[in-house]
Design a protein around this ligand. Structure first.
Ligand SMILES: Cc1cc2nc3c(=O)[nH]c(=O)nc-3n(C[C@H](O)[C@H](O)[C@H](O)COP(=O)(O)OP(=O)(O)OC[C@H]3O[C@@H](n4cnc5c(N)ncnc54)[C@H](O)[C@@H]3O)c2cc1C
Length: 357
């Protein structure tokens, strides 16, 4: 029986293991921490469609905390509000999700070695590295580097949002260079505040700016993490007799607009679990399925990161004049921007074109 060594018991690692086992292989997971899900570095915001895609692996009803109906997006003072009557996303208990996924992998037959940090010794010829954004396995096997990272700081505390079913996003490259700041309600009286900046900018300064902007006098010490901002140029290869596949954050399978990586990482991990002996096929399949959307997120991120504050405000004004809030409320998709690009978008822009000029 084929044996697969999976490094990391995050969502990508556990889902890769479940799919490998279901396809008849044997799987062992190494996780450097004593349990899955901790420490938690995630806002836990998943689209409704994303949760449906995760449903074969984790029961969404067990992890949902709060329905979210849309977003208030601030482009340097110009705000657009995208809102739907039905929830578009849920804030979820990410730590519990990782724990449940890991238990499911174990129930399906995976052997899980907690407190095992992998450096350069591996338990099999087929390796799936799901070891997160700073993947040591990718470095060890000489994969191309990820060139862009966002450094983040985030903290949860008592806070009553004016609209507790909406997330707030703040784009300004003078305050939050290369990324953005957020406030995500977790309940009626708790919210997560967070900032991200593109490295080498400093997240600490951005954090203080967010607190001043939101007039928060007293906040707990924030936790730091990193988010990859692009997919690696190569994410799978043969190394001698070994097959080495990178999945999730290790491969940079992350939406670079928002930093959300669980849903795409999970989809790619499912492919990796089945194709662990065929690196080329894995690479082709995930890029065919998710490459266009990831590339569009990357394009949007680069576009936003290149605007000064005047350009950002001007973008907000133009989006408002084009009534893009209406369009996005109807057609917006958190994960798949390619779903929004079609004849409807052209028709909407043409209908509202006169407003701009
Ligand atoms: C502040 C913040 C907010 C976020 N919010 C969202 C969000 O709302 N929605 C969303 O979809 N995504 C979000 N993300 C991104 C999301 O957290 C990641 O995309 C996701 O965790 C990637 O999962 P993964 O399994 O690939 O990697 P990870 O979750 O990072 O798991 C990697 C695992 O590998 C283990 N490991 C690492 N090295 C080794 C080693 N050498 N040996 C053994 N084990 C090892 C780690 O301990 C860890 O358990 C956020 C990220 C940040 C930083």
């Amino acid at each position: 029986m084929r044996r697969i060594h999976i490094i990391g018991a995050g969502p990508s690692g556990s889902i890769a293991a479940i799919c490998a086992l279901r396809s008849g292989a044997d799987a062992v997971i190494s996780e450097e921490h004593p349990q899955a899900g901790l420490p938690e570095n995630c806002s836990g915001l998943f689209s409704i469609d994303g949760l449906s895609a995760l449903q074969p692996f984790v029961d969404q009803r067990k992890i949902m905390l709060k329905p979210i109906h849309g977003a208030i997006i601030d482009f340097c003072g110009e705000r657009i509000t995208v809102r739907r009557k039905e929830p578009v996303a849920y804030v979820c208990d990410r730590s519990k999700m990782d724990r449940l996924l890991c238990e499911k992998a174990e129930d399906t037959g995976a052997k899980i070695n907690f407190n095992e940090r992998i450096r350069d010794s591996f338990h099999s010829q087929d390796i799936i590295a799901a070891d997160g954004p700073l993947s040591g396995a990718a470095r060890h096997f000489g994969f191309p580097k990820i060139r862009g990272f966002a450094a983040t700081l985030q903290a949860r505390f008592k806070h009553r949002s004016e609209q507790s079913d909406m997330v707030e996003l703040f784009f300004s490259n003078s305050r939050f260079p290369g990324f953005f700041a957020w406030v995500i309600p977790r309940s009626e009286d708790e919210a997560e505040f967070g900032v991200g900046v593109e490295v080498p900018a400093r997240a600490g300064e951005a954090w203080n700016r967010l607190l001043r902007m939101k007039r928060i006098a007293d906040a707990p010490k924030p936790k730091g993490a990193v988010i990859p901002l692009e997919a690696r140029a190569q994410s799978a290869k043969r190394v001698g007799a070994r097959n080495v596949l990178l999945v999730g954050d290790a491969a940079g399978q992350v939406k670079s607009t928002t930093g959300g990586g669980v849903v795409f990482g999970a989809g790619c991990a499912a492919i990796a679990g089945i194709r662990s002996d065929d690196p080329l096929r894995y690479e082709l399949e995930w890029r065919l399925r998710y490459g266009a959307d990831l590339a569009m997120h990357s394009w949007l991120h680069n576009y936003l990161a290149g605007l000064d504050d005047r350009g950002m405000a001007s973008l907000g004004r133009r989006l408002n004049k084009l009534n893009m809030d209406d369009y996005l409320s109807m057609n917006g998709h958190m994960d798949k921007p390619t779903n929004m690009m079609g004849p409807d978008l052209m028709a909407h822009i043409l209908k509202n074109f006169a407003e701009i000029f």
